[in-house]
Design a protein around this ligand. Sequence first.
Ligand SMILES: [Zn+2]
Length: 179
Amino acid sequence: MIEKVIDWTWVEQEYQRIKFELETIEPLYKWSISPKGILKTTHKTKYGMADRQGNVHINQAFINTTSYELLEATIRHEFAHLCVGLQHGHDAVFKAKAQQFEAHFRSINKSQHQQISNNIGHKYELYASFKDGEELLLKKVQRKHKKYTQYKPTVFHYLTINGKKIVAFNYRDVVEKKF
Ligand SMILES: [Zn+2]
């Protein structure tokens, strides 16, 4: 079975559908910030955001994924922010509203998070290790590079950091949690 992937039209349709549903739960005049529209974001760690003007920002990393439930929960979560007001952050008032708006992340399959991580997150951390066993995180990257995977220091040819000889480079998978 081929599962259809999310496109931006779908994101906009979901926004409208959910907004319509939530208006019946809490009439718009009672909302702290009136929903204005939906925008794309390229934020590096967030699925979505809500701003003072009433815009809901959805990460474009959702596009081409099958993270449908995660998208829906994110939109509901952002609507809850608009409804109670941004000053509440993620406090108890917000949480009660998010619950009422059914912004449930808990039961969502891990692969839905993984697909977004793959699109926006860094996949690997690159570490340099030294003779004394010390390790240093150099950077977070999207893909492995031959320069590091094929690094073979000799007595005369090697790389250093702060004068210390690097004996090996290691890539580690990054597991990031984003709510
Ligand atoms: Zn939030």
